[in-house]
Design a protein around this ligand. Structure first.
Ligand SMILES: Cc1ncc(COP(=O)(O)O)c(C=O)c1O
Length: 360
């Protein structure tokens, strides 16, 4: 029989995004979703305005190079536009990396557990995933380093880590970058949650990039800017890295609404600051209240917490009954935990009440 689909594809377990919010609300009534690390404030009103205005122009193809977004980002970040590629979410950036860089047999070092698409992209390319176990809730760069050899094509790092919420501090990060030498693998640093880190030891990825050109930083408008539904992410790298990613990118990968929304989100610094302040304040509130109740969790630098609970499935169900969706840690490599996005104060208080009630 003729084999149509590639063998490696048959082995892939598709990423489980779960049912849509709309489907769940049809079944259960109004819900607050704290399972997808979204922005509790929603998008900026300026973004809503520009998207509404742009809607009548959606019959026109977008700018294939996302020029306005790249120029606005370049000004904001102090890099050249040729060091930026914009994509359909950071998710697409991972695919571009796989397409442009991964050959069958390459080794890709991936902390385990971590954001599942890192592994999926490597499997699609028929590359070998080399798992580097977390040390508790922390990425162990010493372990990562031990796993690097001549076949290593890339190292996938995530800071703040999804789902473990911890950062890779500046010291160990620089020690790794120094140790890998002048001809290192590609070092992908996923900073999807970087805007929520307030630890003074959280390194400035762009400053590192100036010293270590094989670094590739991934960021997204989904979290801090609340554009998850429009799908806009970007990568910052050397001009050479960005050029290679551009070669495999679809010609119009970022749609018109996404592009104008991203520019508007860059312009509305106040909304981003408001989001950051809210997340940091509510994160401190939730951590304090959970600790007071005896729950264990790593101190979070992201817009979510990873909380150890006696019965994750029962607690998740109790929350769903109260109209709050949280992620079962078992689905993201941490059985016995719940991954809970930081919500508005009113939601967080409700969540604590469910926890109190379900422990009686
Ligand atoms: C660590 C990490 N990287 C990347 C992404 C993807 O972001 P985007 O919505 O831009 O595709 C996510 C989304 O949750 C994430 O958690």
């Amino acid at each position: 029989m003729r084999r149509i689909w590639r063998e490696e594809i048959e082995r892939i377990v598709p990423y489980q995004a779960g049912p849509s919010l709309e489907t769940l609300e049809r079944l259960h009534g109004p819900l607050v979703r704290l399972s997808s690390n979204e922005n509790p404030l929603g998008p900026s009103p300026h973004v809503v305005d520009v998207v509404a205005r742009e809607a009548s122009r959606v019959h026109l193809y977008p700018d294939g190079g996302s020029t306005a977004v790249r120029e606005a980002l370049a000004g904001e970040l102090g890099v050249g536009p040729e060091q930026l590629v914009v994509a359909n979410g950071a998710d697409e950036l991972l695919q571009l990396i796989g397409l442009a860089a991964f050959d069958p047999g390459d080794e890709i070092v991936v902390p385990e557990p971590s954001f599942e698409p890192y592994t999926i992209v490597a499997q699609i390319a028929h590359a070998t995933v080399v798992a580097s176990p977390l040390l508790g809730y922390h990425t162990s760069l010493e372990d990562v380093r031990r796993r690097i050899n001549a076949r290593t094509k890339a190292i996938m790092l995530c800071s703040p880590h999804n789902p473990a919420t911890t950062i890779i501090p500046r010291g160990p990060m620089m020690a790794l970058l120094d140790a890998v030498g002048d001809d290192p693998p590609l070092i992908v640093l996923d900073e999807a949650y970087g805007d929520f880190a307030d630890d003074p030891d959280y390194p400035d990825g762009i400053a590192l990039l100036k010293r270590y050109p094989r670094l590739l930083i991934l960021r997204t408008f989904s979290k801090i800017a609340g554009l998850a539904g429009l799908r806009v992410g970007y990568a910052i790298g050397s001009a050479e890295t960005i050029d290679r990613l551009n070669r495999v990118r679809a010609p119009y990968n970022v749609n018109r609404l996404g592009q104008v929304a991203a520019v508007a989100a860059i312009e509305d610094r106040e909304h981003r600051e408001k989001t950051r302040r809210l997340v940091i304040e509510e994160r401190a509130f939730l951590m304090r209240e959970l600790a007071r109740r005896g729950f264990l969790f790593p101190p979070s630098q992201a817009n979510f917490l990873l909380v150890k609970v006696p019965d994750a499935a029962a607690t998740r169900d109790a929350m769903a009954k109260a109209g709050i969706l949280v992620r079962d840690g078992g689905a993201v490599g941490f059985p016995g935990h719940l991954r809970i996005s930081i919500g508005l104060r009113e939601t967080n208080e409700r969540l604590l009440k469910v926890l109190d009630f379900s422990r009686l």
